[in-house]
Design a binder for this molecule. Structure first.
Ligand SMILES: *Cc1c(COP(=O)(O)O)cnc(C)c1O
Length: 424
């Protein structure tokens, strides 16, 4: 039997998968080198096929908020699987999931469950257009809302780190009604616009929080012009707080999108709103949207098991862990004399190798593309800490990241930072 190596698997993968991966940012294209192929994960760690262990801050880009292979989630999936994996008929768990989401988010009264964040935002845009009878939508540069045609323009995350300004294969007509506005500036609105969509705490261009008062001003501007406000909470939902960005900000949007955390690592998304707005969705209304695997029993079981563990105490722990990490990284960089800012919002931690916190996508790009991140990334990876292989992502500390693991991470970061400064 030949040994599995990352190199061998990458060669094999590239023959049958574009770039060797099923999502571009995983390819290491923006940091260089060979991706590690994961054999398994447990708690805060993943192991690659060569047996190397990493403290993981990718955490599936958010879903693994309890840590990898949490026993409650694994058991729930196993138990559900024994009863069949999909029926094409409604089930109790879908009601329980919808109730759980509505219970947590003030103003959210009904949801439609789908199979990914992309599907949620895509469907929610259709809903907003159906409700208002207006075609145009407005998004902010650097915000990522999945890969639906109308929302790809000036996207963050992988769209940004693959060096794409837009996307080939998207017809001009598909984005003709998409307006892209700079983040943290109140855009001009009028009655041709159906919806303003945003990440309430943007985490796909690094972490670039809204400036003080911005969300309230945006809420007011939307209300004034009859424009719906949509929070894409695929990252922030049930991560920032028990009630997500709505509870965190005190601002209530008209439509919400969720994903990542609510699936416990299985493919899930959801969009929701008031009962009045959701009554436009088929079969109640004329906005059609469907899915063979929507509300999938395994995904519901995993998501419910995960959400039920996300108590107020869990959010306090997540925030304390993130604070320890952010404070530790800041002092590590300061000690080494490496210019860096480490923004933190609740349990989300960002990282820019820059002199000051970026306030919009242009500033985030300047900070992300200065060449420091790939060196830092590889320094960390070589020493057993896995960050996302792209400067536009954030760190996702989980409930499995102990203080000792955070301390280890910070010590390693100090070592790598010193090495970068010495080599510069
Ligand atoms: C990840 C993400 C999406 C897309 O979700 P997928 O499940 O990858 O389709 C949409 N919006 C935001 C804010 C995200 O972070």
């Amino acid at each position: 039997m030949t040994e599995l190596t990352n190199e061998l698997l990458f060669d094999r993968a590239r023959r049958v998968l574009p770039g060797g991966v099923n999502s571009p940012v995983r390819s290491f294209r923006s940091v260089g080198g060979t991706p590690y192929f994961v054999s398994h994960g447990e708690g805060a760690h993943v192991w690659d096929v060569e047996g190397r262990r990493y403290i993981d801050y990718v955490m599936s880009y958010g879903p693994a908020i309890l840590g990898h292979a949490n026993p409650a989630v694994v058991d729930a999936i196993a138990a559900a699987a024994g009863d069949g994996t999909s029926y094409g008929a409604p089930t109790l768990r879908e009601i329980e999931m919808a109730e759980e989401l509505c219970d947590r988010v003030p103003g959210l009264e009904m949801v439609r469950l789908v199979s990914s964040g992309t599907e949620a935002t895509m469907s929610a845009i259709r809903l907003a257009r159906g409700v208002t009878g207006r075609d145009r939508i407005l998004k902010f540069a650097g915000h990522y809302h999945g890969h639906a045609d109308a929302l790809l323009a000036a996207g963050g995350s992988g769209v940004a780190n693959q060096g794409l300004s837009g996307c080939d294969g998207v017809p001009a007509g598909a984005v003709a009604d998409t307006i892209v506005a700079p983040w943290n500036v109140i855009p001009e609105l009028d009655d041709s616009i159906a919806v303003v969509v945003l990440e309430p705490v943007p985490a796909n261009m690094g972490l670039v929080p809204p400036r003080q008062g911005f969300l309230q001003e945006l809420r007011d501007a939307c209300t004034r012009h009859g424009v719906l406000l949509m929070f894409d909470e695929v990252i922030t939902g049930f991560r920032l707080t028990r009630g997500g960005a709505t509870e965190w900000s005190g601002i209530t949007p008209d439509i919400w999108c969720f994903g990542k955390v609510i699936g416990g690592g299985l493919p899930v998304g959801a969009y929701g709103a008031s009962r009045e707005i959701m009554s436009f969705v088929a079969p109640l209304g004329g906005v059609y949207q469907a899915g063979t695997l929507s509300g999938n029993p395994l995904a519901m079981a995993a998501g419910l098991a995960q959400l039920r563990r996300l108590t107020d105490g869990a959010y306090e722990q997540l925030e304390a862990t993130a604070t320890l990490l952010a404070d530790g990284l800041r002092s590590a960089f300061a000690g080494a004399g490496l210019a860096a800012v480490v923004p933190r919002v609740g349990p989300l931690v960002g990282l820019f190798f820059a002199d000051r916190q970026p306030l919009d996508f242009d500033e985030a790009q300047a900070a992300a593309d200065n060449g420091v991140y790939p060196q830092f990334f590889h320094g960390m990876l070589d020493r057993g800490v896995a960050l996302a292989p792209g400067a536009y992502e954030v760190l996702f500390p989980s409930l499995a990241h102990t203080d000792a693991l955070i301390d280890t991470t910070v010590e390693i970061a100090a070592e790598v930072a010193a090495e970068l400064v010495a080599g510069a």
